[in-house]
Design a protein around this ligand. Structure first.
Ligand SMILES: CC(C)(COP(=O)(O)OP(=O)(O)OC[C@H]1O[C@@H](n2cnc3c(N)ncnc32)[C@H](O)[C@@H]1OP(=O)(O)O)[C@@H](O)C(=O)NCCC(=O)NCCS
Length: 169
């Protein structure tokens, strides 16, 4: 029998659209991901960072997930992405983003549910996520999923942020 805490992890937190699925990112995703989620950023610089992340993924240091929506032409369109960074026992979610037109449909919660499961399967005891104080919507979402305030980050020259933590057992 599965204990309660473990069982909760495998429940979808919210439903996301049926035509959306998630997979690990790969090199051809760079340009469509940039267009969908980072149109204001320099494409070349984005590409360099993206390739670097994929190298770290190949080395087993992180998992870079993207969400795709199958459109009317049966083509996949990238609608979001996020990274799960492997740690000793505590893993970290960074750069979670859903394209503006696709927000408030459960895709962000879907990313987190999958990342929690991947972290747990890899032996993590907790997952952390950093959120700026000004990002109230994201913080409310993380709290709803069971993340709690762990510590404050007040670095000179940077906006104040909070690290939220979700224990896995
Ligand atoms: C934060 C972010 C990733 C959340 O993604 P999202 O896909 O919108 O998240 P969800 O849809 O799972 O949950 C958010 C909201 O949708 C609602 N929701 C969830 N499932 C829903 C559904 N099936 N139908 C309607 N609404 C739904 C939730 O109640 C929640 O309510 P809110 O609109 O008051 O916030 C997204 O807003 C984003 O990319 N923001 C910009 C980048 C950013 O801030 N990243 C986070 C850095 S810490």
């Amino acid at each position: 029998m599965i204990e309660q805490a473990a069982w909760e992890l495998f429940q979808p937190v919210v439903a996301y659209p049926k035509n959306v699925h998630f997979r690990a990112a790969s090199l051809p995703d760079a340009t469509p991901f940039h267009t969908a989620c980072y149109p204001g950023r320099n494409l070349a610089r984005f590409g360099v960072r993206f390739r670097h992340s994929l190298q770290r993924q190949a080395a087993g240091k992180l998992i870079y997930l993207v969400a795709l929506a199958v459109n009317e032409n049966d083509r996949d369109k990238i609608v979001g992405g996020g990274k799960l960074i492997r740690g000793e026992k505590v893993f970290e979610i960074v750069d979670l983003i859903v394209a503006p037109a696709w927000r408030s449909q459960g895709i962000g919660a879907g990313f987190i549910a999958i990342m929690l499961r991947l972290a747990r399967d890899a032996g993590a005891s907790a997952v952390e996520i950093g959120v700026l104080h000004e990002n109230r919507r994201a913080r409310a979402l993380y709290r709803r999923i069971g993340f709690v305030e762990a510590r404050e980050l007040n670095q000179p020259g940077k906006k104040p942020a909070t690290i939220l933590r979700r224990p896995l057992s």
